[in-house]
Design a binder for this molecule. Structure first.
Ligand code: FES
Length: 115
């Protein structure tokens, strides 16, 4: 059963209908098209899917999409500065070679943002 929710994502107000069983990562990637957030384990273990909800770190693979109602979501795309330049944290990762395959880098960068 679908329900309409409204929330803020990367400074943009959003209103969408979502299925009750949908996970936040599916909402982010499939409905919003923000594919920077990655799914690794899908079990809350690896942190690749980390996003920020109301200032707290969240594993989007475990978080019900309906729970985002009325909240503020920041994804890796939301860290970009003007002209789509990398943020200070993203640049620091690049400058220090803090990437192997890069798949989990968005999650590490989002976790770093909170410290
Ligand atoms: S995909 Fe591994 S914690 Fe979410």
């Amino acid at each position: 059963m679908k329900r309409e929710i409204s929330f803020i994502v990367n400074s943009q107000q959003m209103k969408l209908e979502v299925e009750g069983h949908l996970r936040l990562i599916d909402l982010i990637r499939d409905q919003l098209g923000l594919t920077g957030t990655k799914e690794g384990c899908g079990e809350g273990e690896c942190g690749a899917c980390t996003v920020i909800v109301d200032g707290k770190s969240v594993n989007a693979c475990l978080y019900p999409a309906l729970e985002i109602e009325g909240k503020t979501l920041i994804t890796i795309e939301g860290l970009l500065e003007e002209d789509n330049k990398p943020s200070f944290i993203q640049k620091a990762f690049i400058d220090n070679g803090a990437v192997q395959c890069g798949f989990c880098s968005p999650g590490m960068i989002m976790s770093t943002k909170l410290y």
